[in-house]
Design a protein around this ligand. Structure first.
Ligand code: ZN
Length: 131
């Protein structure tokens, strides 16, 4: 009885896993019932943008006061910059009067409705969040 041996390198395994993940991730992104606010702006996973966004403190939803109140970490859901409305992603990106000028310089509008925000390039949203 003879046996055939095949050598499998770590690089080959890594490559296969990356290919599998690349195909599986978009399907999972559509199926999961979380990340509603992220899905408004990203219609499919983007690893490069994800790495960049995770490096920005203000983009993470768990830093926004409304979410911190929901998580019982904080008592005040109001925006710390203007104090006029709950600090949710839509307020932070498109409605905060304290960041209107910055919003205008980057996105060419002082305020943005959800429909308008969906049309803004993600790179501009991230540039705004970084400021
Ligand atoms: Zn505000």
């Amino acid at each position: 009885m003879s046996r055939t041996c095949y050598s499998v390198t770590c690089n080959l395994i890594s490559s296969c896993v990356r290919q599998w993940a690349g195909k599986a991730q978009p399907k999972c992104w559509q199926k999961i019932d979380v990340c509603h606010q992220a899905k408004i702006f990203l219609h499919r996973p983007n690893p490069k943008l994800t790495r960049f966004a995770l490096g920005l403190r203000r983009v993470r939803r768990h830093d926004l006061n409304k979410h911190l109140v929901t998580m019982h970490v904080h008592n005040d859901p109001l925006c710390p910059a203007c104090g006029e409305d709950e600090e949710i992603l839509l307020h932070f990106l498109g409605k905060c009067c304290a960041t209107m000028v910055t919003c205008y310089h980057i996105m060419r509008a002082y305020t943005l409705q959800l429909k308008q925000l969906c049309k803004v390039a993600v790179s501009n949203l991230l540039q705004f969040a970084k400021v």
